[in-house]
Design a protein around this ligand. Structure first.
Ligand SMILES: Nc1ncnc2c1ncn2[C@@H]1O[C@H](COP(=O)(O)OP(=O)(O)OP(=O)(O)O)[C@@H](O)[C@H]1O
Ligand SMILES: [Mg+2]
Length: 320
């Protein structure tokens, strides 16, 4: 025992001298971080500001690692984040990637993502909240804790709301365990802003606020094509045209959820394609038939009826 004590006091002989050069590029190659950044670029359409911020965070952590080699100890950077944006803008997907990146850079041990909402953290009865919250934190330790619609933790209208207890515990862990747990709060921007106004402690612990904008129609089309490609499907020329039109109508309708709506639309198109092929089951099928989404697989959607009706109603002159 005494021996290890003595060893701990010895200077670190592996630390480079002040003038020794370090190879940032080698360190970068070694982390394989480029692979993840490339994958992010390839698999996620748009999201330019989000991708830029992720690169910046990766650079910060890499430099931090090199600084530590020179024993330039600094505090572990705070990496808790807030992702704001409408449904289906890629918040959960990016949080998952963030976990991978943080793991590669040695910031967290596992890099897994635990997604929760208020119900997973807050109990119904007195004494239930602390154990619930602690259990979730235990699961997420070494990775990323993603709290969806985090503002529901705080209910100012209830005098005695257990959400406050959960926030209290989270705040402590976010401070004391920030070298092994990254908390990401997600939700709508306006609600999140209000939440931070009433919870300055939470605001001060969140270092990165990243906004996820709605996708443009062109980006939604690219996302659709990418999703099909990943599943070894493709649009025919007329199919692509129909889907472009579908998007222009869908974005105006209720419950539009960006990329999520695109995924759902394509799931239904695949269903219709399968039925179309099944109906013709006498004739031989080629590989291309099995892969292709045709115009009719898209145009059978209700969106073509509802969207057009909506547009007509909006165009109609107001009744006197
Ligand atoms: N930029 C993108 N490129 C390709 N696919 C995307 C992109 N953004 C989102 N997706 C896909 O859209 C779906 C919804 O994305 P995700 O669940 O990350 O959104 P979200 O912002 O977390 O939504 P919600 O608020 O509804 O939870 C996923 O299947 C995801 O793979
Ligand atoms: Mg999500």
């Amino acid at each position: 025992m005494g021996e290890t004590d003595i060893q701990a006091e010895k200077p670190d002989l592996t630390a480079p001298g002040d003038d020794a050069p370090v190879d940032l590029d080698a360190e970068f190659q070694d982390s394989h971080i480029q692979e993840i950044l490339d994958k992010l670029d390839r698999e996620l359409v748009g999201l330019k500001p989000v991708k830029t911020r992720i690169r910046e965070i990766a650079a910060l952590l890499l430099i931090d690692r090199l600084r530590r080699k020179f024993e330039l100890v600094s505090e572990t950077p705070t990496l808790h984040m807030c992702f704001t944006g409408n449904p289906g803008t890629g918040k959960t997907t990016v949080a998952m990637r963030m976990g991978e990146i943080l793991k590669r850079l040695g910031y967290v041990r596992e890099g897994h993502l635990v997604t929760v909402t208020r119900d997973d953290l807050v109990g119904q009865y007195i004494g239930h909240t602390a154990p619930k919250t602690k259990e979730v934190i235990k699961k997420a330790m070494g990775g990323v804790l993603f709290i969806d619609e985090a503002y529901y933790l705080y209910k100012p209208e209830n005098e005695r709301d257990y959400g406050a207890e959960s926030i209290e515990i989270l705040l402590q862990v976010m401070e004391n365990n920030r070298d092994d747990l990254v908390v990401i709060l997600a939700g709508y921007k306006d609600k999140m802003d209000r939440f931070f106004q009433s919870n300055p402690g939470m605001r001060s612990r969140v270092a990165h606020h990243i906004d996820f904008p709605d996708y443009s129609p062109g980006e939604l089309m690219d996302i659709g094509e990418l999703m099909l490609e990943e599943q070894k499907y493709q649009f025919s020329k007329a199919g692509a045209e129909a889907f472009r039109e579908y998007i222009s109508l869908r974005v105006t309708l209720e419950h539009f959820a960006n990329a999520r709506s695109i995924r759902n639309a394509l799931d239904r198109a695949r269903l219709r394609q399968a039925n179309r092929l099944f109906a013709k089951r006498g004739s031989p099928l080629k590989k291309a038939d099995l892969m292709t989404i045709e115009s009719e697989d898209i145009r059978a959607s209700r969106v073509f009826v509802e969207g057009r009706l909506d547009a007509k109603l909006n165009e109609a002159p107001e009744q006197p």
